[in-house]
Design a protein around this ligand. Sequence first.
Ligand code: GLA
Length: 391
Amino acid sequence: METKTHFNPKGVYSKFLELFDSQPILVRSPGRINLIGEHTDYNEGFVMPAAIDRDIVAAIDFSIDDHSTLYSVKHNEFFSFHTSDPAKVKSPLWANYLLGVVRKFIDEGKVVKSFNCVIDGDVPTGAGLSSSAALECSFAFALNHLHRFDIPKMQLITIALWAEHNYAGVKCGIMDQFSSMMGLSGKAFVLDCRSLEYRYFPVNLKECSIVLCDSMVKHSLASSEYNTRRAECEQGVQIIRKHYPQVSSLRDVTLPMIEDYIAEFPEKVYNRCRYVIQENERVLDASKDLEKNDLKSFGKKMYETHKGLSQLYEVSCEELDFLVEESKNINGVLGARMMGGGFGGCTINFVLDSDLKEFITKMCHAYEKKFGVKMNTYVVSIKDGTGILKL
Ligand code: GLA
């Protein structure tokens, strides 16, 4: 059955009062789904994400000494540091996402005063729903609001991204932080990751639900292989640039361009480039499907994306491939694919409401039978991005 975590933001507030005895502000920042457009963001391509009804919540207020204290409810763990020296730490790892944000505020010339902060939430970690981006965004927004720095959301996104690159060590694209910050209830958006122009449009799912099947595989390969994929795409750009000097990313490259020079590409690099070029086209076509509310056609593209991610980009795994294949045997499934960085985490499925119960039961059963693991599923809805939380 669907797995619900019981998270009440009031608990974050009460915990703050209990620990620090002052009145905090509360900020919520959601996880995200990505409808289509995977591994395209760092290639200056297109993505189609949306923020979901799973949040990280940060409670924050100034402290009275020269130390700042962080407390994670999930880890039941404190971390204190001298506010002027938010250095990266070996442990606890969760603190690095916040320390990186403080570092970047200071580097940008902001005078950060000492503070206390309590963090909790119900975005599952390691499931490909961007819990780390939600953590960075909630905290960046909270720190900005507390100090009244008036930093616009676009700049907070780049601060959060800097923390991910430099303190978490994942050279991710901008999609996750952007979605968590800019999401709108009931709407997905197409983001052009080169110009950062974006366009919202309603997702009229009518009789259909978005279901995530969590393989429960924690993507341990994810950060190293992710950075390798990024490097392989850059290698592809270098090869093609010898012939087309104006090319600055895979966004500028077409299939005929790589086919003409196929002999110069190592096979893997060719496959990576091929996938990215096709995926960019798919996002633009898929946005037309959504506008026409043609979920069938959209769903087909989800399956095509999965095939590309699995065979050309090689970021899937046995468990994710199984979940996508299995979905094809169940009535009412319009489309399915792995979502996010890969090597574990969730598949995203469009399922007719009339078949939803059966889908969840059958998928959980099949997964347990095959891998001996009980799978989590999440039926998600599309919500607003980062903002102040009023209790
Ligand atoms: C992770 C990264 C994103 C994006 C996806 C793949 O979620 O954080 O920037 O590259 O993988 O689409």
